[in-house]
Design a protein around this ligand. Structure first.
Ligand code: ADP
Ligand code: MG
Length: 279
């Protein structure tokens, strides 16, 4: 059982709705091992808009966590806080450091944001170029990242030659090229057709299992959240609070057949109930 009130483990004996340790009472061992630990954080923007309220959550290394909630509830704001691009206006947010540095973080947006004038290889090389990595080393890393997402044959192509799904794969490759500890994905597949979305989800699941990075995946699709994540944090409408969390105990990586399993249906149902609760 992880932290947080209202953890639901569909079909499992361990977690009953409403069960869970109160925020702030985790053991120090968990704190030590945690990648991100938010304690009662809130975010109110300078214009007075309260976006997040009283968010307490601990993310452990290697976890695949989905953030599910309606548009405008503060999901992107939470990712930006996790990335260190914003600071909370209330509470404390701790991010584990390695060698005094923040975890290596990759960010993938709904729009692939590739430079249209540059080859795919040049696009994916950019984060390494910005860090001053020697060209030969960078080229090796780029080739490996392209291979991981199945785009080796398109290294020299311009982004305009890519389908939406391929452009998103390229965007993933650009995030993976720096070997992130933490991958933040903000509705990455929302603009894609359903079959492509399914396939990319399966590919992401396989990559995460192989490489072991931690994932925070923002979506407003409860099916996508249920399929991909080990743990789904359900947000209320703005100001976003965590209504509860749902666990999916099915092993990773998730394979297409998982969509037909009763465990998956149970998770979807638990999410649906949580989202429908008056907040
Ligand atoms: N820098 C900002 N200044 C003021 N308001 C902001 C800023 N960033 C986001 N917001 C507002 O905060 C709310 C939540 O935004 P966001 O985190 O993008 O929600 P979501 O990703 O869940 O759709 C929105 O009303 C948005 O307009
Ligand atoms: Mg958003």
């Amino acid at each position: 059982m992880r932290d947080g009130c209202g953890t639901i483990t569909p079909g499992g004996a361990a977690g009953q709705p409403g069960h869970g340790t109160a925020a702030g009472s985790e053991t120090s061992a968990l704190t030590k091992g945690a990648l991100i630990r938010a304690e009662s954080i809130g975010k109110t923007f300078p214009d007075g808009l309260e976006t997040l309220r009283d968010i307490s959550v601990t993310i452990e290394p290697g976890e695949f966590v989905a953030l599910l909630g309606p548009s405008g509830c503060g999901k992107t704001t939470f990712l930006r806080l996790a990335a260190g691009l914003e600071t909370p206006s209330a509470g404390t947010l701790q991010v584990a450091k390695r060698g005094g540095k923040r975890p290596e973080t990759g960010y993938v947006f709904q729009s692939p944001t590739l430079m249209p004038w540059a080859s795919l290889a040049a696009n994916i090389r950019l984060p390494l170029t910005l860090r001053g990595l020697p060209r030969k080393k960078a080229d090796r890393a780029v080739a490996a990242a392209l291979a991981r997402v199945g785009l080796s044959d398109f290294a020299d192509a311009l982004p305009s030659r890519l389908s939406g799904g391929m452009a998103m794969r390229a965007s993933l490759a650009r995030a993976l090229v720096a070997e992130p500890d933490l991958l933040l994905l903000d509705e990455p597949f929302a603009a894609l057709d359903e079959m492509t979305r399914f396939r990319l989800g399966e590919e992401l699941s396989a990559l995460q299992s192989e490489l072991g990075f931690t994932v925070l995946f923002v979506t407003h699709s409860l099916y996508e959240a249920a399929f991909l994540a080990e743990r789904i944090l359900v947000f209320s409408p703005r100001p976003g609070r965590i209504l509860g969390e749902v666990l999916n105990a099915a092993p990773l990586p998730r394979l297409p057949a998982h969509r037909g399993e009763s465990g998956f249906q149970d998770v979807v149902e638990a999410l649906r109930r949580l989202l429908a609760e008056p907040s």
